[in-house]
Design a protein around this ligand. Sequence first.
Ligand SMILES: O=C(O)C(=O)C[C@]1(C(=O)O)C=C[C@@H](O)C=C1
Length: 357
Amino acid sequence: MKISVLGPAGSYSEIAAHAFLSIVLDAQMPELLYCSSIENTVLSLFEDPCSDNGAVCAVIPIENSIEGAVGVSMDLLLEKDVSIIAELILPVNHCLLVPRSAAQKPDFSPDKIEVVYSHPQGLYQCRTYIRNHLKNASLIEVDSTSKAATRVAEMSAGAGLGAGAGAESVACSGADLTAGSAAGSTVGSAVSSAGADKIRAAIASAAAGEKYGLKAIDCHIQDTPNNSTRFLFLARSEMLPHLKAYADDFNLHILPENLSQTGSGAVFYKTSVIVSPVSDKPGALFKILEAFSDHEINLTRIESRPSKKSLGEYNFYIDFEGSPSDKNVADALNLVKKRSARLKNLGTYGRILSGRQ
Ligand SMILES: O=C(O)C(=O)C[C@]1(C(=O)O)C=C[C@@H](O)C=C1
């Protein structure tokens, strides 16, 4: 059984996978498949699970306490025939990682750093630190925080390993990263990455720093101390009936009926759905929410996402406590189905809170 995560090794997605598996795993540690993007992590579920690119379960970040929804993950939940089998909330403590050679320079200080790499979420979650301490740095978005760490390690290891290998797009400079300008896009200017003497840094986990031989010169640099990211564990929907056999092989207790047996603290069931309201009708969203309220169902999250069909048209992602095997949930879902244009059930799963990193 392979579990796909955003790679390379040292990403928060990998830490989430390990945290999850340490809670639910009794025996063998499944192999991790490191993917180059969140999209490829999900696509691995649609490859032959026995092939090099295939996995049975995928781990993706879905929302962060500072930056909110991870858009690509939200879209993939709608587009792909996947089900949620578990969730985990991971405390995320970012570090500023630099090559040891740079940190050892007598006149080194963070304001000497000229380039900072991270996943966009990492850059946004550290906006205040970047503004205050990394005033002279250009910010470069890469596919993961661990990718950022490898990039810095490779570039410091020698001009050969990637330096000058092409243009890098710069999100914006540290001084420009204000609440208004940071939200999402990469501004298209390109700078050459040549210049082996430049001081580069990555925003990533302490584990990534250790793995790639970088020095953490500052930790807990995110905007709020209790930063956390919620991760989802996905399986291809049509694999669900077979998943139990896979899980049993590995003594993995990831399926809802087994979760309460893990003895790992509070586990309760949640269900996630995506609802497309009938368009342009007064009270359409209200009628959907009323169905949950009338059946005394506690919503834990509601998030809108553009339908991409036309401006002002949205899908609503709704998470709530309970399972369709509860009568009130089944009745509410029947009503929501009648009152909406489309209802996609993403699954019922257990919630597990991980310990601190
Ligand atoms: O880049 C990583 O290390 C990831 O696992 C991705 C990700 C995300 O997309 O939210 C996960 C946790 C942190 O919020 C920052 C980045």
